[in-house]
Design a protein around this ligand. Structure first.
Ligand SMILES: [Zn+2]
Length: 82
């Protein structure tokens, strides 16, 4: 029996992605570290075709709590319409 059902989502869990800015507004880079909440985590670098912005696409297990946090923050940013 698992001690904690929230500990480490398995490698074959369903995954979802979120696009994050690769650079801060001053041009310095963000660090991306492997997610401590889920095992399927990986990231890829993508170009937003709308404005050629370099983005980092992070993949997490759909049930990852950190992923859900990122999605909530993303919604907040969208509300500001920037
Ligand atoms: Zn994760």
């Amino acid at each position: 029996m698992p001690k904690d059902p929230m500990t480490k989502v398995t490698y074959d869990a369903p995954i979802g992605s979120i696009d994050l800015m690769a650079f801060r507004s001053d041009g310095s880079s963000y660090e991306f570290r492997a997610c401590s909440e889920c095992l399927p985590w990986h990231a890829e670098v993508v170009i937003d075709p709308r404005d050629d912005t370099v983005m980092v696409r992070e993949w997490h297990a759909v049930g990852c709590s950190f992923f859900q946090e990122l999605l909530a923050q993303d919604d907040d940013l969208d509300d500001e319409d920037e």
